[in-house]
Design a protein around this ligand. Sequence first.
Ligand code: ADP
Ligand code: MG
Length: 146
Amino acid sequence: MVEVITKNSDETKKIAAQICTKLKSGNVLALQGDLGSGKTTFTQGLAKALGVKSRVLSPTFTILRQYKIENSKFSTLNHLDCYRVSGPSDLESLDILNLCGQPNSLTIIEWPERIACILPKTTLKISFETLEGQQRKIILPEELKI
Ligand code: ADP
Ligand code: MG
């Protein structure tokens, strides 16, 4: 595990952009952390680095937002927020297992603990902790070391 401390949201977005270079087609990222710890901010930084033009909002009320990407190693960014999901059966209609790991896609899941049992074994876990003030601790797996 690798720990990074960021001092503001721009730094968190910058870390996300750096991590982007380490990601591969079909990767699934599970972003764990309390409300306000920076999961959506991180996703915004990643989306920008991938060239997503539209604004990335928290998908809390929609569960899933999909973004098309051009001229990148990914053609689709799937952004899921499982905050309001009580278990995997809530997601059946989304066919999440089919979505996760599709070639040329990148899937980012907030509140992954709600659907832990259906996540692919290869899911990369990133944790967020709120420290004092605007500081956040981001814990990354070795393979995403920057
Ligand atoms: P989450 O998706 O984990 O609930 P958000 O990314 O939506 O969290 O919200 C994080 C909030 O904290 C935003 O308002 C952001 O501007 C603020 N913030 C302050 N410092 C940081 C930081 N170091 N990294 C990320 N967000 C930060
Ligand atoms: Mg969020």
